[in-house]
Design a binder for this molecule. Structure first.
Ligand code: PLP
Length: 348
C-alpha cells in the first residue's frame, strides 16, 4: 500500500544533488585547499573559518543516544520551519497535490503550503479538539501527500488520542507528519519508537521549546532512512551552521537541568490553572499537556488589552476555529506567573 517512490515529486526523484567539497573527498587529509576558505582563521578566535559538517553527525549521534533512535533516522532542520518546507518541496507538486491540516492548529503548516502553492484541505478538530478521524480519512484523495497532526496541539494544548493517530497512520498511503514540539511536557508517549512499524511516519520535534534553544533554530525530524535520504538530498548543503551545532552539542549535556525545568513548568501550570479557573470572567480552561494552556473568557480582546497595558503579553487565538474568546497563555517562571495572577485578580 505504501510506496515512497510514488509520493516523490518527479523533479526530486531525478534531482542530482549539490556535491560540496567536503562531500567529494573521503579519507585522511591535513591540508584543506578544496573549499576556498580563509586559511588564517577568523576574528572569532580562529573558529568558524571552515564549512560545517553538512550532515551534523556529532549532533545526531548525541541525539540518537538521548532519544534512542539510530542517527541515520534523524534529520536536523534550520528550525521545524525548514522540515515543514522540505516536506512540501519533496512530496507536493504545486497546483496539483494537496495536504490535510486539522485546525485549530499550528499556523506554519498552512503558510508553508501557501508559499509552495499547494492546496490545503482543512478538517477541523472536534469540539473537544480531538481528530475527526472519519473526516480526515474521507478528505483523502489520490493527490493527498501529507497529513499534519500536532500532538500536543498548539494552541489547544491537548494530546491527540493515540488510537486516532494510529488509525490515520494505518489508513493513509501518504506521509503522516506528527509534530511533537511539546512532547517533553506531555504524559503521552512519543511516536519516534514506531518508525519501524510505520514506513509513512515522520515525527517532528524541536530544540526550541523544552530545550530552551529557540534562537539556535534546530528542528528535529525522525523517519525511515529512505525519507531521511530525500531530506538530505533537497536541503541546502550547510543548513545547520557550526555555531548552532557546537552549542547544541554542549546544551544536550544538560538533560538534568532541562528535566528539572520541565517538572517545574508542569507544576506551575497546574498551579496557575487552579488559581485562574475560579475567576468569574473565565469560562473554560482546556486540558493541557504542554507548557501553555488555552482559556475561554468573556471578552478575550478586553482581557488581552488589559494584560498588554500592564506589560504582559499573551496570545489571542480568538480568530481560530472553535477558539472564540480564547487566549493562549505560556507558563513563565514562578515570578512571572505570580505577576500574571496578580493582574488577573485586579481585572474587572
Ligand atoms: C513552537 C513550535 C514549533 C517549533 O518551531 P521551530 O521552527 O523548531 O522553532 C513547531 N511546531 C509547533 C506546533 C510549535 O508550536
Amino acid at each position: 500500500m505504501f510506496d515512497l517512490n510514488n509520493l516523490i515529486r518527479d523533479n526530486i526523484k531525478t534531482l542530482k544533488p549539490y556535491s560540496s567539497a567536503r562531500h567529494e573527498f573521503t579519507g585522511k587529509a591535513s591540508v584543506f585547499l578544496d573549499a576556498n576558505e580563509n586559511p588564517y582563521g577568523s576574528p572569532l578566535a580562529d573558529k568558524f573559518n571552515r564549512y560545517p559538517d553538512p550532515l551534523q553527525w556529532q549532533l545526531k549521534f548525541q541525539l540518537a543516544r538521548i532519544k534512542g533512535v539510530p542517527a541515520e533516522n534523524i534529520f536536523v532542520g534550520n528550525g521545524s520551519d525548514e522540515v515543514i518546507d522540505l516536506a512540501y518541496r519533496i512530496f507536493c507538486t504545486p497546483e496539483k497535490d494537496n495536504v490535510i491540516v486539522c485546525p485549530p492548529t499550528y499556523g506554519m503548516y498552512e503558510v508553508s503550503g501557501n508559499i509552495n502553492d499547494v492546496e490545503i484541505k482543512k478538517v477541523n478538530l472536534t469540539s473537544d479538539f480531538q481528530l475527526d478521524v472519519e473526516g480526515v480519512l474521507s478528505a483523502i484523495d489520490s493527490h493527498t501527500k501529507l497529513i499534519f497532526i500536532c500532538s500536543p496541539n498548539n494552541p489547544t494544548g491537548n494530546n491527540m488520542h493515540r488510537e486516532d493517530v494510529e488509525m490515520i497512520l494505518n489508513n493513509f498511503s501518504g506521509i503522516v507528519i506528527i509534530d511533537e514540539a511539546y512532547i517533553n511536557y506531555s504524559k503521552q508517549k512519543t511516536f519516534i519508537q514506531e518508525l519501524t512499524e510505520y514506513p509513512n511516519l515522520l515525527v517532528m520535534q524541536t530544540l526550541s521549546k523544552a530545550w530552551g534553544l529557540a534562537a539556535l533554530r534546530l528542528g528535529l525530524c525522525y523517519a525511515s532512512i529512505d525519507i531521511i535520504d530525500l531530506f538530505n538530498k533537497v536541503k541546502p548543503p550547510y543548513n545547520i551552521n557550526d555555531a548552532s551545532q557546537q552549542l547544541a552539542l554542549e546544551a544536550l549535556e544538560g538533560t538534568d537541568l532541562i528535566n528539572k525545568w520541565i517538572t517545574a513548568s508542569v507544576e506551575q501550570k497546574e498551579m496557575v490553572i487552579k488559581v485562574v479557573a475560579v475567576f468569574n470572567f473565565v469560562e473554560k480552561i482546556y486540558p493541557s499537556d504542554a507548557n501553555f494552556f488555552l482559556m475561554k473568557v468573556k471578552d478575550a480582546f478586553k482581557l488581552y488589552n488589559y494584560l498588554s497595558e500592564n506589560e504582559v503579553v499573551v496570545r489571542n487565538r480568538s480568530n481560530y476555529p472553535g477558539c472564540d474568546n480564547c487566549l493562549r497563555i505560556t507558563i513563565g517562571t514562578p515570578e512571572e506567573n505570580k505577576q500574571l495572577i496578580n493582574l488577573l485578580k485586579s481585572y474587572e
